[in-house]
Design a protein around this ligand. Structure first.
Ligand code: 13P
Ligand code: SF4
Length: 304
């Protein structure tokens, strides 16, 4: 085994640590992780692990979610500046103002949000269970969906519900254009276009499948197709190749790279385990309220 990986294994044993990685992480980080998955899978894993230390290879809101769900554990983010621009597109104060405008409405927040925003929300969701979460809510209630307007409008299309959208978006997924998909389809007419619901409406409209990253992995495992055009962050292609190596995966565009996800390196994982940094904590009052919305989310699994 490579010296760096041996060191990580030794440190993990010494610290009683587990390494969780999101599907958008660099390939070498996905390969060294104990568990790799989508946001819902990672939240579930973080809530049930026996390890004392969780090294979260992802972005800040993911590590914060782990800290909310596992209060007794040390949660580490190997790179403190790895944030999510979408999560920062709404503050708790802005959400309070929105709630005041629509009294009686139910707030559903995408897990890509700060702990403060989760604490102000009724339900949390991920892209894999957003439709199931909204479907479970009383039919006569208005829904406020924050912060992703693209995931929110996808959920409105699928559920037919009255949803007030917040104008947030993923800076990486909006780089994927309708033109990218059309050009890729012309070049590879036999390919299945799999897009993430964070993509814009014109991209979603001309896609074959709209799936979270975890759902994409399940889809290629079952499908007999030999070629896929992938409209999401490029890191997923590493995971797709591992899941179904016989198929070909074409990124819809080379521009779909999340710079924050790519800040995690092997050296930073080692430093994180050695020095127990960057420790992610959440104020206890906020944590307790945020956990309620996350617990409600974990109870509602996607129907697939
Ligand atoms: P999923 O892996 O849950 O599809 O999330 C996508 C994403 O953008 C995470 O930041
Ligand atoms: Fe945030 Fe988009 Fe990066 Fe996911 S891919 S962390 S939503 S900026």
């Amino acid at each position: 085994m490579d010296a760096a990986l041996e060191k990580i294994e030794r440190l993990k044993r010494e610290r009683n640590a587990v390494i969780l990685a999101h599907n958008y992480q660099p390939g070498e980080i996905q390969d060294l992780a104990d568990f790799c998955g989508d946001s819902l899978g990672l939240s579930i894993e973080a809530s049930k692990t026996d390890a004392k230390v969780i090294v979260f290879c992802g972005v800040r809101f993911m590590a914060e979610t782990a800290a909310i769900l596992s209060p007794g554990k040390t949660v580490l983010l190997p790179e403190k500046t790895a944030g999510c621009p979408m999560a920062d597109m709404i503050t708790a104060e802005q959400l309070r103002q929105l709630k005041a405008k629509y009294p009686g409405a139910i707030v559903v927040c995408y897990v890509n949000s700060t702990a403060d925003v989760k604490a102000e929300s009724d339900y949390c969701c991920t892209s894999s269970n957003a439709v199931a979460v909204v479907d479970s809510l009383p039919a006569d209630k208005k829904i406020l969906f924050v912060p992703d307007r693209n995931l929110g409008s996808f959920v409105a299309e699928r559920t037919g519900r009255d949803i007030e959208l917040w104008p947030g978006y993923c800076t990486t997924h909006v780089c994927i254009t309708e033109d990218d998909i059309r050009k890729a389809r012309q070049k590879w007419p036999d390919a299945i276009v799999m897009s993430h619901p964070e993509c814009t409406e014109p991209v979603r409209k001309i896609s074959d499948e709209l799936l979270s990253t975890g759902q994409m992995l399940k889809f290629v495992k079952k499908s007999s197709a030999k070629r896929y055009i992938v409209a999401t962050e490029k890191g997923i292609i590493h995971a797709l190749r591992k899941e179904n190596p016989d198929a070909e995966y074409i990124p819809a565009t080379e521009r779909a790279i999340c710079p924050n996800m790519k800040k995690i390196t092997i050296d930073k994982v080692i430093a994180s385990l050695e020095e127990l940094k960057e420790r992610i904590t959440v104020d206890e009052q906020i944590r307790v309220k945020a956990k309620e919305s996350l617990d409600r989310m974990i109870e509602i699994l996607p129907s697939d």
